[in-house]
Each structure stands twice: as C-alpha cells, then as structure tokens.
Design a protein around this ligand. Structure first.
Ligand code: ZN
Ligand code: ZN
Length: 362
C-alpha cells in the first residue's frame, strides 16, 4: 500500500480558500540528488499565502497544481539520495527554497535570481506545509545547535532582507528609516543596525510592534498616524535635519512611498522591498531636484549561509518575532490569525502536532 502523509495543498489554480485542503498525499520519493526532510517547523509568508488564499498568485502555473505551499521551513533529514554527500540522516537543516535552471541567459551570467526558469518550493515545487518534503541536497544548510527549528524556519525572510541590503549598498554613516514593523521591517532594521549605517529608525502605525522593536532590539521608533503623515515626517525632520539617506519601505503603500520621498535628503534613495500596487510620484520637482532614486528588491537566492550565521551570532533575533504556533491541521486558523491579528508577526506551522495544539507567545 502506498505510504501517505498529511499536507496542506491548493487543489486548483486560482481556487483560493475553496481549493485549500489539509489532506493525505503520497509520501515523497527521494531522487539521487535529493533528501527527505521531516518538517519540524514551517512559517507562513503572509504576503504569499494571502495571495493563494485569494486565488491570485502568479508564480505557480496551472500544471503545478495541486501544490503544497510553504517556502519557509526547517527539519530533520530522514533519507538521502545515493549521490548526496553534503548532509546525512539525522542532520538538522533548513532549505533554500529557490531552484534555478543553471542554463539560461541569466544563470550563465551569474545572476541566478533572474533565472528564466525560476522555481521555488512552496510555489511551483512542493513546499514545507507537509510532514515530509523532498528537496535538493545542494539547497540544504546545516543549522547550528543554538538555532531552533522555529528560528531556522524563518531563514527565508532573513535571506530576502539580506538581498535588500546587498541592493542598498550602504555607505558608512548612512541614516536609514525602515517603514513597517512586520517581520520584514523588524528583520531589516536589525540587519541594518549591524552595518556601517550610523542610525536606523523604524516607522509604523502599530504601537505594540514599535514597543517590541525598542524593547527587544533597542532600535528607535516613530509612530505613524495614518490620518496625518505630517506628524511622523516632522519627527524625522527633527531627528535628521538634512533628511534620510535611505528609506526602506516594507508596507507597499503608495501614500507611504510618497511620504518616504519627502523624508529623504538630497541624493536619497527609496528602497522598495515589497510590491506596490501602483505608485505615482506626487511631487516630481522634489524628486528631480533632490536627485532621488528608487531601487527595488524582490526575493532571494544563495543567501542562506550568510543568514544562518547572522541568526546564530544574534545579529538577527527571530525569537520575539514568532508570535503564534499552530498545527498543520489548523492551517486556516493560523493564516486568519496572521491576516487579522495586528499583533501577529511570524505565525508558524507544525506538521507533526496534533490538531488543536497551539502556542500564543504574546
Ligand atoms: Zn517568504
Ligand atoms: Zn536559469
């Protein structure tokens, strides 16, 4: 009889919540260059998982369905393929979700993030919202003892933030503001604090997250009043009379992007981490006369090694960001918590927990 396991799948393209099932699926087969990972913790990526829930994610093609979501996960190696040398059974690993062709124009130019056949576990290859997942061994990274599975499951968002930092190319003494205090904002702020940037401040509209940022990470914050942006812009102008060198936006809000352009000093740069639906520059004269620029960063690849070091050394403390943990069987409750509870940051999924078990850390 075929061996089965539990998984959270989307059955049909664009099917959204109606096509979301927690069900039995076949146990994965281990190819010669693959490993089977017993998933000990996986993390909800709010933006991506909400996209699937609403039936509108673009990375997954019709032929990929049914697909197991979950591109952020960690676990124990339980099986290795015959050609695998870098990991062994029993190792604790996290897996870089990206799968690249190695043959296209961009791969051959050493620009793998632009791969024309870009693949990602949890999008067009089965991901970590299942009990056991097959992965390429070359994408597995050992987790040091001091890093928990829960923290290691959040390596991917750190890797995306690392990509953002690489794109920013900070200069010694830069003054930086991060807009948004969700997981990306709070990871980015911590990473930036460990660069040569002289000052970093976080702006957001949820006071509880700003309190967490100051208490846990010792990073200054400014509250955003969504009805009156002049308040935070005035506070920033008092802190930085010559304006900011960088504003990193993780909110995706067009109004916040325009606010960022007002807060930037001459020669300043807006780093747009997330996707803005549409963004029109309100003050083109200011944009031109201050010689502002906008840079974009999206996704990551080949960053996991550096990120695990940063997590292990404490440059990024992920523990305070993990606010909720649920069983895989309660996936929809976990997603709704992440979408509706403004105090939630990272919500984890445990594929081997029994239904109903949950931990709330806040
Ligand atoms: Zn993610
Ligand atoms: Zn390629």
């Amino acid at each position: 009889m075929e061996k089965k396991m539990r998984a959270m799948i989307i059955e049909t393209p664009g099917g959204g919540r109606k096509a979301t099932k927690i069900t039995d699926v076949p146990y994965p087969k281990c190819g010669p260059k693959q490993i089977i990972v017993k998933v000990m913790a996986a993390s909800i990526c709010k933006h991506c998982e909400a996209g699937y829930d609403q039936g509108k994610m673009q990375l997954t093609k019709a032929e990929d369905y049914p697909i197991t979501l979950g591109h952020e996960f960690a676990g124990e190696v339980v099986e290795i393929g015959e050609n695998v040398k870098n990991v062994k059974v029993g190792d604790r690993v996290t897996v870089d979700n990206t799968v690249l062709c190695g043959e296209c124009y961009y791969c051959q130019r050493n620009q793998p993030l632009y791969c024309e056949n870009f693949g990602s576990m949890g999008h067009n290859i089965h991901g970590g919202f299942e009990q056991y997942v097959a992965a390429l061994a070359e994408k597995a990274f050992l987790i040091p003892r001091e890093v928990s599975y829960e923290e290691a499951a959040c390596t991917e968002p750190v890797a995306c933030c690392m990509r953002t930092l690489d794109r920013m190319d900070l200069t010694y003494g830069d003054r930086v503001a991060v807009m948004g205090a969700g997981s990306m904002g709070l990871i980015l702020a911590q990473l930036i604090r460990h660069t040569s940037a002289s000052q970093v401040v976080v702006l957001a509209s949820t006071q509880s997250k700003l309190d967490l940022c100051e208490k846990e990470f010792g990073i200054r914050t400014v509250l955003v009043d969504r009805q009156d942006y002049t308040k935070h812009e005035k506070a920033i102008a008092e802190m930085f009379p010559h304006g900011l060198d960088f504003v990193v936006d993780t909110t995706g809000s067009a109004a916040m992007c325009n606010s960022a352009l007002r807060m930037l000093g001459k020669g300043g740069k807006l780093m747009e981490y997330t996707v803005v639906d549409s963004f029109a520059i309100e003050d083109a004269w200011q944009f031109a006369s201050k010689e502002l620029s906008i840079i974009v960063s999206w996704c990551q690849t080949h960053n996991y090694g550096r990120c695990i070091d940063a997590i292990a050394k404490g440059y990024v403390n992920l523990k305070p960001l993990i606010t909720h943990e649920f069983s895989l069987e309660d996936y929809l409750e976990a997603l709704d918590t992440n979408l509706k509870d403004r105090n939630s940051i990272k919500v984890l999924i445990h594929p081997h927990w029994e239904k109903g078990k949950k931990i709330v850390h806040i």
